[in-house]
Design a binder for this molecule. Structure first.
Ligand code: NIG
Ligand code: FE
Length: 415
């Protein structure tokens, strides 16, 4: 769709998630309107009557509904081949994630399938998953590598991730997760040395990602090895994020916070020192209730302590074949409340504003100057998105300048 002019959308309530616009934690504007400029950016956001005199080329009325920022899914592994349903079933029959990883299952199994999968198939599967996320309101999605574990396949995964955005109509934020598991036949040290010497510069020169992630765990990498990787990555200008404290407390979150990392993710076993370090550094806690649910975790992330310390909490799907098979942000919000103890307001902020902070992107709020990445929902209140996660409610999304109609009725042009 070519950008033809400036337009206004009204006949909606807004949840802006912006500081200066609207009331309450969601930034609510009842009977609001937005004006979108010719660049696809929000020019004004506010009450309808305040924006009625702004001259535009077209005016649309939604006839009701709630307009929110498109959801930001700040943690996914959307690019992969193969299926691990048998591992989920085995876990539910008593096996543990760690046992399965030691017995030839787990991440390494997806690595074998991904290495063997041609680009086109890898891309088509990832595009289908991204479209499913968009059909539940996502307009920005982070995608990690990490199922290559050799230089060529990690680069290939990032190239495929980069092709998903335009095809699925979402904005993709790619992340290098080369330190996801120790490749077969190598030591952790030796692989991280190669990542630092070969892969980071290759990602930089090809412009494939600006973020680096790793997995600190007994079955993956220790804190010192990852710290070495992260210091090298940071020196090259990469931003940092980390799978931390998922299966045990390793002091990993404090490490990434001290290095200025954007986020620490999972955090079931995060301790008080980790909370304090994250609060001090402004590192976002990305909570992943899908993995918590599918792994039947018993230990919860310390949500009350994070809240008290003022650590921003994001919520993401962590979609991946081994621990979080979900493709619905609304379900993650529901589980964030029922399983992890977030409030409905916190969950919604976690899927918008805080997710964007975790990724360092300017979507996730409705405010002048921000991209018009929008989701129009037919719900009585924003809380209904969290309460009833599979009610058919998404009417339209606008993402990266392109609109998509998900269900009727169409907007009415009134001017
Ligand atoms: O976020 N924790 C490590 N990484 C993924 C799982 C990857 C897998 O099992 O394939 C996660 O849970
Ligand atoms: Fe993950």
């Amino acid at each position: 769709l070519a950008l033809i002019g400036r337009w206004r959308l009204q006949g909606v309530h807004l949840a802006t998630f912006a500081d200066a616009v609207g009331h309450g934690p969601l930034g609510v504007v009842e009977d609001g309107a937005v004006v979108v400029d010719t660049e696809g950016r929000l020019e004004s956001v506010g009450p309808r009557e305040a924006l009625e005199d702004v001259g535009v080329d077209a005016v649309f009325d939604a006839g009701g509904g709630w307009l929110l920022p498109g959801f930001v899914d700040a943690h996914t592994h959307l690019v992969y081949a193969g299926d691990r349903s048998d591992e989920h079933a085995a876990r539910w029959a008593g096996a543990s994630y760690t046992d399965l990883a030691h017995r030839g299952g787990g991440i390494r199994r997806t690595v074998a399938a991904t290495r063997a999968c041609p680009d086109r198939e890898l891309r088509e599967a990832a595009v289908r998953r991204a479209r499913a996320l968009r059909a539940d309101g996502v307009t920005t999605v982070e995608i990690k590598s990490g199922y290559g574990l050799d230089v060529a396949t990690e680069l290939r995964m990032l190239r495929v991730a980069g092709q998903v955005g335009a095809r699925a109509g979402v904005t993709v934020v790619p992340t290098l997760l080369a330190a996801h598991a120790v490749p077969d036949g190598r030591s952790a040290q030796d692989w991280v040395d190669e990542v630092v010497a070969e892969l980071l510069p290759a990602v930089l020169v090809e412009g494939l990602a600006r973020r680096v992630d790793a997995f600190v765990a007994g079955i993956a990498f220790n804190v010192d090895t990852v710290a070495r990787l992260f210091v090298a990555a940071r020196a090259l200008g990469f931003e940092l994020t980390l799978h931390a404290e998922q299966l045990s407390n390793d002091g990993a979150s404090a490490m990434v916070a001290r290095l200025g990392g954007r986020s620490a993710d999972h955090l079931e076993h995060l301790d008080a020192a980790g909370v304090a370090a994250m609060a001090e550094a402004g590192t976002v806690a990305v909570l992943l209730p899908g993995a918590f649910e599918a792994l039947r975790e018993a230990v919860r992330p310390p949500v009350a302590a994070l809240r008290r310390a003022g650590v921003p909490m994001a919520v993401a799907t962590d979609h991946n074949p081994g621990t979080s098979p979900f493709l619905s942000m609304r379900w993650m919000l529901h589980l964030a409340c029922t399983q992890l103890g977030l409030t409905a307001d916190e969950a919604l902020c976690g899927a918008t504003r805080c997710g964007a902070v975790a990724l360092g992107v300017d979507t996730g709020v409705l405010a002048a100057g921000r991209p018009a990445d929008l989701a129009l929902w037919d719900v009585p209140t924003p809380h209904a998105l969290v309460v009833a996660p599979d009610a058919p409610a998404l009417r339209m999304t606008w993402s990266a300048g392109r609109a998509r109609q998900h269900r009727a009725p169409a907007l009415r042009r009134i001017g």
